[in-house]
Design a protein around this ligand. Structure first.
Ligand SMILES: [Zn+2]
Length: 92
């Protein structure tokens, strides 16, 4: 696990200030989607090896949701962006 996360709002902070919430690449199904699609979305997760994006909540800091791109093998953190700003197409 990464030991330091560089929050775009608070600066470099220890990982203990954050709560990880999983894969940031999942797309939420529509309300009328099949139950099987919802089951997959809620319960099934990949276990990627290498670089991927995850949601992290700065729960002991600014309380913003971040997208952290990290490597699950080396634990290196590559990028950190504000999730709300990234969703709007802006940079963090
Ligand atoms: Zn923060």
């Amino acid at each position: 696990m990464a030991s330091l996360i560089s929050c775009p709002h608070c600066g470099v902070r220890p990982k203990e200030e954050f709560t990880i919430r999983g894969d940031a690449s999942l797309a939420r199904p529509t309300g009328d989607a099949d139950a099987g699609v919802w089951y997959d979305y809620v319960y099934l997760r990949d276990n990627p090896k290498g670089r991927h994006k995850e949601y992290w909540h700065h729960s002991s800091g600014c309380r913003r949701w971040l997208i952290v791109e990290r490597d699950t093998v080396s634990h290196a953190v590559h990028t950190v962006s504000d999730a709300a700003l990234a969703k709007l197409g802006g940079a963090a």
